[in-house]
Design a binder for this molecule. Structure first.
Ligand code: IVH
Length: 675
């Protein structure tokens, strides 16, 4: 193995620290300081160093989360201290009974202690053993005494610290908590499973538990799992804190994510109020599943005095369970909606049902394959969940409740809005209405064009667009610019003032930059960010329309699929005619922050290292890019020059070794200004 130069090993340690700190800021403090790009750049630098010098690759390096081999079975793991479960309280009366049972043993002391209350995360319980602060093993709960060793899987979970922070970490410590899957991740994962022809998971808890038991850690790594800690024990069974509240604070200081919305409550009445707020207000917006709150006597000495019942449940804690945010109801009908690109999306029409406090009547069914994979039939009794703020979701049918009258469903052969034959392209799960003049598509296309991220037309709501279409004033986005005040005041719910305001807002949108227009046109695969990359790179509509697919694909961040789609769009005579009409309406067709095609740094490859006196990394990158240059992370012979600031590390050494020019911030400023 090559000997590691001191500066390089120092740099690797600094990178490991910076990455661990960034993860802590992201997962524990919920205050990201590094951008994703900056994080990736540091991560890649560390990877490069570790490839060059394998001796640098430590167990706790953030690069070492993935890549472990497939196992044939899990080993058994004996827990340091038994993992308990909780008794339930379903209402305030049962919480009061819980407090009374405590008072009978310790009297008034419980009132001096009070309670710590936490969310009860609906995931899979896990115990993490840290030796000298480094994650050594991770085990499932199992029967409470013995679980399965799932260390390789747990190492892949972002947010589980591979090394605890701080210099007060006990030599041997077991951290306990819950592995869970946020709703968005759950939906994405199920969609991928449907696409791969695999059965879907019925809820995020099963998905989390199933993910822990994958023998191939790369499968677990691909799932967006998260972790919250709620307890810690020392080998002698004691806790490393005086109170539960303090324990949670220590966990956070060590870098362990702790669930939000925890609180300290003085009385059991306060506990009840907290639980009501969580159940009826907080829960719907959380983004992950909870099945209740956990109430814990705050004083740990008092917890020890109260002890454990039947070696199974503590007397000092109780789960205040909530009504499930899942319900069963009848699937009355399956309808389809038509999106702006023509995508046909089936949705469920349900017998109205209360799900976690809201009435649900419609739920998306995504696509025909999902309906087939779940074997949903019209007339089925189905399970419905409301996944946080996410739209309601049909988990699947309850086959036991079928009576034989249920009907299998098929995608309609023609578009219900315009009667055009529906098509399905090879390798695509979606089906489309190919008619660009379909009224369903026109409506969604106009809504998209007016939306915040596109032309941002104030006051042009969904309902108003429906009115304009129904009146025959508009068919496509170019027609908007011809709508007059006189036309609008003839419509219902329009006064002179609101009509004037809307016409002014539409006129103002003509000044929006090319990137927004590009996004607003709704070209397949082109999101807001891609539209910005393209507009910045090409600067004007004409340059963009003249670009070949190969030139489009050369833009960083633009892949082949996107490049083909953009080129295809601009080659389409209908699209060209629309753009010509938009130009005639006076729309702006350039990008103010465009890269200079013949800028002072055109063709230059620049590497930034160390901290510059006045520019942040992002600002320096923007300067270079606007001058036509490109910023890369690694120094090579192809690097044009390196901009070095204070505490520049291995990149500087490498530049010097390769004879690449090194300059400072002042010189960079001179070069980008072309002087
Ligand atoms: S405390 C004695 N706190 O709920 C303490 N458990 O039956 C036992 N859970 O599977 C656990 N969130 O994994 C505790 N904030 C929380 C929790 C929590 C979820 C799970 C736990 C166990 C079940 C308890």
């Amino acid at each position: 193995m090559p000997a590691v130069p001191t500066t390089t090993s120092q740099r690797a340690a600094a990178l490991r620290d910076a990455l661990a700190r960034a993860q802590h800021e992201y997962y524990v403090l919920d205050q990201p300081v590094l951008s994703d790009q900056e994080y990736d750049r540091l991560f890649r630098e560390l990877q490069t160093l570790e490839q060059a010098y394998p001796a640098l690759r430590t167990e706790d390096s953030p690069t070492q989360r993935v890549g472990a081999p497939v196992q044939s079975a899990f080993r058994t793991h004996r827990h340091l201290v038994r993992m308990l479960s909780l008794d339930n309280a379903f209402d305030q009366a049962e919480l009061v009974a819980f407090e009374q049972s405590i008072e009978r043993i310790v009297g008034d002391a419980v009132h001096r202690s009070g309670y710590t209350v936490e969310l009860k995360i609906d995931g899979a319980a896990i115990a993490l053993t840290y030796r000298d602060g480094v994650l050594a093993t991770a085990a499932t709960r199992g029967d409470g005494t013995e679980g399965e060793d799932v260390t390789l899987n747990v190492r892949t979970i972002r947010g589980v610290p591979l090394r605890l922070l701080g210099d007060d970490v006990p030599p041997l410590l077991e951290v306990r908590g819950e592995v869970y899957l946020p709703f968005t991740g759950f939906e994405q994962m199920n969609e991928a499973r449907v696409a791969a022809g695999e059965p879907v998971y019925v809820n995020p808890r099963n998905a989390a538990a199933g993910s822990m038991r994958q023998l191939d850690p790369s499968i677990t790594a691909a799932r967006p799992l998260r972790f919250f800690g709620y307890a810690a024990v020392l080998p002698d069974g004691t806790a490393p804190a005086r109170t539960q509240w303090e324990l949670l604070e220590r966990l956070m200081a060590w870098g362990v994510p702790v669930a939000p919305h925890r609180a300290r409550c003085h009385t059991i009445a306060d506990v009840g109020r907290w639980a009501d707020t969580i159940e009826h207000q907080t829960r719907a917006a959380l983004g992950f599943a909870i099945d209740g709150g956990v109430v814990k006597v705050n004083d740990i000495a008092l917890q020890d005095e109260l002890g454990v019942r039947n070696d199974r449940t503590p007397r000092w804690a109780v789960a205040r369970k909530f009504a499930p945010d899942m319900a069963v109801t009848r699937l009355e009908q399956i309808d389809v909606s038509i999106g702006r690109t023509g995508v046909v999306t089936p949705f469920a029409v349900l017998a109205p049902v209360d799900v976690g406090g809201a009435t649900v009547t419609y739920a998306s069914l995504h696509n025909a394959d999902q309906i087939a994979a779940k074997d949903l039939r019209v007339g089925d009794i189905v399970q419905v969940v409301r996944a946080g703020d996410v739209i309601p979701y049909v988990l699947g049918p309850v086959p036991e409740r079928r009576d034989g009258s249920e009907q299998r469903w098929q995608l309609p052969a023609v578009c219900p809005r315009c009667g055009t034959t529906i098509v399905r392209y090879r390798d695509d799960v979606a089906s489309y209405c190919p008619n660009v003049a379909c009224p369903g598509r026109q409506l969604e296309g106009l809504v998209h064009f007016a939306s915040k991220e596109a032309l941002d037309i104030d006051g042009l709501s969904y309902a108003r667009i429906q009115q304009l279409l129904a009146a025959g004033y508009v068919h496509d986005v170019a027609d908007l610019f011809d709508v007059s005040v006189a036309q609008l005041v003839a419509l219902e719910r329009f006064g002179t003032k609101s009509a004037e305001n809307l016409v002014a807002a539409i006129a103002a949108a003509k000044q929006q930059p090319l990137s927004r227009l590009l996004f607003g046109l709704g070209i397949r695969h082109v999101g807001a960010q891609a539209a910005q990359l393209l507009a910045r790179q090409f600067g004007t509509r004409d340059a963009l329309m003249a670009a070949t697919p190969a030139q489009l694909g050369e833009v960083r961040g633009i892949g082949e699929i996107m490049a083909t789609s953009v080129a295809g769009y601009f080659a389409d005579p209908t699209a060209r005619a629309l753009i010509e009409r938009l130009r005639a309406c006076g729309l702006r067709f350039d990008e103010p922050n465009a890269v200079q095609a013949d800028g002072p740094l055109t063709g230059a490859t620049v590497v930034l290292t160390g901290s510059l006196p006045t520019l942040s990394r992002g600002e320096a990158t923007a300067l270079v890019e606007q001058a036509g240059g490109r910023v890369t992370s690694g120094v090579s012979r192809k690097t044009t020059f390196v901009v070095a600031g204070e505490e520049a590390g291995s990149k500087l050494d490498k530049a010097v070794a390769l004879g690449v020019e090194v300059i400072d911030e002042a010189e960079l400023r001179r070069r980008v200004s072309g002087t």
